[in-house]
Design a protein around this ligand. Structure first.
Ligand code: PLP
Length: 443
């Protein structure tokens, strides 16, 4: 029983229904975090945990960064909230202008949301409304990819491809189809960086065009690096091919950069890392260093301008959130960008990528390891599942890591790592030494 329960005298954990959590297991043996600074969390029993996943792929500059802390405190005193519809406040405009300067030319307008899931639904709605606005109203179909994760709202789970996130929620959106995923361990296991084989998997989009006809397809959405399904790196040439097929048929290409955005791959965005520019880029998480919920959807100039017609007093796009671009998030976003820029964090992953990859790939050959994948400061170690008990071995690795002073994420039987971009080499050593120790003792 944790200190917190002991002092309260009741099981005060009962009321909370925890998200994406084994609630009963957790409440029997809680893992409580009570503080965080730099690269480390502190648990309620006073232990330090190295943050091996930047919170949940979001605290890219590490924790309790002074600029961000100060900006939030000051903002709360100055302007706590401003209506998002038909009113403005300076910091949301300033943040928009500064953010688009980090995107490739052309992706120069941004719509604010409050999470990755909202960014996904916003991006899908923009795509549908845009096609209608330019006279392509028959293009109502959305194409996702198997194993894709696009958050948990209905749009996102419809285009997403993770079975357990979909199967109990009814019929989802209609008019959605999926291209094949790119995971091909038979040809690509233990690839360092982008796998050699699989560019041709993008041709699956041609198959769906053949089936449905291009005139019915509005957009294709993919994660450039699929994160939540276990870190799948795009094969060489795959994203380029997807872009070319979309261009050929007038289909919008959407990159979900909710985890790849803001330096995770060693470049500001996957767009830069892979040299492929989609029409819409979805972000969240790192936009505010994970401190205040916020998402940002970037669109090409043509898309924004297509909406800017009709009587000027009329709302052009019937969509938005009470908290779109709210002052607290905007202040956190500006201070986050200051921190990233001052410390060169959006490209720091490139300097560390080789060292990180060396440590990661040194785990090859350890018990249960069947594949290792990496890109920038993202890494994954895939473990062989216990026969008949999928996810159990991965979860055991996660629990052992927690006991050993390391916070990891596991998805199924894959261990995923995405540390804050401020990580130092001795901490990278600790990360992989700890995982090595765990794998040597895991059943
Ligand atoms: C690629 C991707 N899209 C969307 C989301 C959803 O983000 P949120 O949990 O902020 O809604 C996530 C979350 O991990 C993600 O990885």
């Amino acid at each position: 029983m944790s200190a917190m329960q002991a002092t309260s005298g009741t099981n005060n954990l009962e009321a909370l229904w925890m998200p994406f959590t084994a609630n009963r297991q957790f409440k029997k043996a809680p893992r409580m975090l009570v503080a965080a600074e730099g690269m480390y969390y502190t648990t309620d029993d006073g232990r330090k945990l190295l943050d091996g996943c930047a919170g949940m792929w979001c605290c890219n500059a590490g924790h309790a960064r002074p600029r961000i802390v100060e900006a939030i405190a000051n903002q709360a005193k100055e302007l706590d909230y401003a209506p998002a519809f038909q009113m403005g406040h300076p910091k949301s405009f300033e943040l928009a202008a500064r953010l688009v300067a980090h995107l490739p030319p052309g992706l120069d307008h941004v719509f604010f949301t409050n999470s990755g899931s909202e960014s996904v639904d916003t991006g899908l709605k923009i795509a549908l409304a845009y096609q209608r606005t330019i006279g392509q109203g028959t293009r109502t179909r959305l194409i996702g990819r198997e194993r894709g994760y696009h958050g948990v709202n209905f749009g996102g789970i419809s285009v997403g491809g993770i079975v357990s996130n979909r199967k109990v929620f009814g019929t989802l959106l209609t008019g959605v189809d999926h291209i094949r995923h790119t995971h091909d361990p038979a040809r690509n296991a233990y690839s360092r960086g982008q796998p050699e084989y699989g560019a041709e998997l993008a041709d699956d989009l041609e198959r769906l065009v053949g089936l449905h006809d291009a005139s019915t397809i509005a957009a294709v959405i993919v994660e450039p690096v699929a994160g939540s399904t276990g870190v799948l790196i795009p094969p060489k040439g795959y994203l380029e091919k997807l872009r070319a097929i979309c261009d050929k048929y007038g289909i919008l290409l959407i990159f979900d950069e909710v985890i790849t955005g803001f330096g995770r791959l060693g470049a500001p965005f996957a767009v830069d890392r892979f040299g492929v520019t989609p029409d819409i880029v979805l972000t969240a998480k790192g936009v505010t260093n994970g401190v205040i919920p916020m998402g940002a959807v970037f669109v090409k100039k043509e898309i924004y301008e297509a909406f800017m017609t009709g009587p000027e007093h009329m709302i052009e796009f019937f969509h938005g959130y009470t908290y779109s671009g709210n002052p607290m998030a905007a202040a956190a976003g500006l201070a986050t960008l200051d921190t990233y820029e001052e410390e060169g964090l959006l490209t720091r992953g490139t300097e560390l990528a080789d060292y990180f990859a060396d440590g990661l790939h040194s785990l090859k050959g350890l018990p249960h390891v069947v594949d290792i994948r990496n890109c920038g400061l993202v890494g994954a170690v895939e473990l062989e599942p216990i026969p008949g008990e999928p996810t159990k071995r991965g979860f055991a690795a996660f629990l052992k890591a927690f006991e050993s002073g390391l916070m990891l994420r596991t998805t199924g039987d894959t261990i995923a790592m995405s540390p804050p971009l401020i990580i130092e080499k001795p901490q990278i050593d600790f990360l992989f030494d700890t995982i090595r120790g765990i794998l040597q003792t895991l059943d």
